[in-house]
Design a protein around this ligand. Sequence first.
Ligand code: NI
Length: 195
Amino acid sequence: MEFSDSCGLGYHSDIVAHFNFDPQIGFRMVISGKLMDQFLKDFRHTVEQSSTRLLQISADQAAASEPGHWSSKEIVGHLIDSAANNHQRFVRAQFTDDLVLPGYEQDLWVTSQKYNEASWPELVHLWSAYNLHLSHVISVMPEEVLTRVRTEHNLDKIAWKAVPTTSPTTLEYFVRDYAGHMRHHLTQILGENLE
Ligand code: NI
């Protein structure tokens, strides 16, 4: 089964063709602490506001899906998998000079965990708590680690908005890409008026 909205290893070759790689962030790698503070504030706000709105959706509604598409439970499950995998990546990337990080078979992760049979409020709480922890993890990353130039990386394969292997990148780009992916999937459930 194909999910056009899933993202990551092997599923998004279309994005490589028209990625919107931001040279200000991804290539020049210039940031200020203030910009990162605003990013984290917005990130936490999105998680907290979305969590409240997700909990207003009934369990039955959250389990419903169109053929070939994930249900809301499966989308939140996919976002839990994304948080868990990126937690590992964000920590490990601090001890290396490259940004070559493990992928994961995201469709298999969703189907094997049978997210539709899990408790909807528990999924939302886990997703929310995990992301609030990630905001902490990101907030204590040294600026040198966030902005370190990574010439060797596999963000052509594991990033939501792919970076060609010929372009250097940073952990900051990858962190922002993670947040962009999360917002992308939240809008599938909550619509475009995401906070
Ligand atoms: Ni995805």
